[in-house]
Design a protein around this ligand. Structure first.
Ligand SMILES: [Fe+2]
Ligand SMILES: [Fe+2]
Length: 319
């Protein structure tokens, strides 16, 4: 049996959705949606759920470098949170007519829609806690925006819990970064990882506003802030913290315009295997970045196939 089309699932017209939103009401399910709304909310939920899901194998790899058993426990509890966050997203997608099996277990690794940063391996406890301080901060900025602005009621309510847990993750990162900065050797190791991870997180927020129109995303309230506004919000949280602990980042606050300025070529070319920015090449065009993103990075295949392994073995046995 063919699965129903978006036109069959979402009965309202675009005008009816606009009227519904203009009256201050939330969208509570398919019955309130138009085809465009449905496709848009599916897209943003997929990006969010994929990001949460892939962070689990990425963090598990790094957690193996935990300096003590109780630290490993903290990392594993973060991983468990991320899996629960992914589950919320996929569960909501199932309510919107998407097959969870297809989405999670049958998609090719290259079709997953999380930020490129997770395709680069986290190989130490330094990178684990920096990921909490940088990547979870990015997730927090993005999800807080959705929590404030989303017009999709079920997701908006679920994000109250997610936001609290993300706060714990980034606090875990910051506490550790502060602690490690007290030792010169640890601090140097942190700085070396921060050098590649900071710029990679700047990319997380996507194309600059001049290159991307947000039309429907803002109009239908899938998000409230533009890419550049979100990137600014993230820098406003991260840059002062790094300055406080004595780590250097290629960005500073410009008090005259009250905004953060990036001090290195951006966007830039990245050697993913060496985890190194080729800043001497100068800035590159966003088209080259998009090509790198689309080609995915070194860990994409490994992480996705690991998450799909049990499902695929069961299908193979049943065949
Ligand atoms: Fe999360
Ligand atoms: Fe998180």
């Amino acid at each position: 049996m063919a699965s129903p089309t978006v036109d069959e699932l979402a009965p309202r017209s675009e005008d009816e959705v606009r009227e519904h939103l203009a009256s201050g009401k939330l969208i509570e399910g398919l019955a309130h949606m138009s085809p465009e709304y449905l496709m848009g909310i599916r897209r943003i939920l997929t990006v969010s759920a994929d990001t949460e899901l892939i962070s689990a194998p990425a963090y598990l790899r790094a957690a193996q470098h935990a300096p003590a058993l109780n630290n490993f426990g903290s990392a594993v509890s973060i991983i468990q949170d991320e899996l629960a966050h992914a589950h919320i997203g996929y569960r909501l997608l199932a309510d919107l007519g998407v097959s969870q099996d297809e989405l999670i277990y049958e998609r090719e690794p290259g079709a997953f829609k999380y930020p490129y940063a997770f395709d680069v391996a986290l190989d130490s406890w330094y990178e684990m806690v920096l990921a909490n301080a940088l990547y979870d901060q990015a997730g927090f900025v993005l999800l807080s925006d959705v929590h404030r602005s989303s017009t999709f009621g079920p997701w908006k309510r679920a994000l109250a819990k997610v936001d609290k847990e993300e706060t714990f993750h980034l606090r875990h990162g910051r506490t550790w970064v502060k602690k490690l900065c007290a030792d010169p050797d640890d601090k140097a190791a942190l700085q070396a990882s921060l050098d590649w991870m900071f710029i990679l997180t700047l990319e997380w927020f996507g194309l600059p506003d001049a290159r991307k129109t947000h039309g429907i995303q803002l109009e239908y309230g899938f998000k409230g802030m533009s890419n550049d506004e979100l990137r600014q919000e993230w820098m406003a949280a991260v840059v002062p913290f790094m300055e406080d602990v004595g780590l250097s980042v290629p960005a500073h606050h410009d008090p005259e315009h009250d905004r953060y300025v990036i001090d290195c070529p951006f966007p830039a070319r990245f050697d993913a295997e060496a985890k190194r920015w080729l800043l001497d090449d100068g800035p590159i065009g966003w088209d080259e970045v998009i090509t790198r993103w689309k080609g995915r990075g070194p860990m994409n295949h490994d992480y996705v196939r690991r998450l799909q392994k049990g499902y695929r073995e069961r299908i193979a046995m049943a065949a």
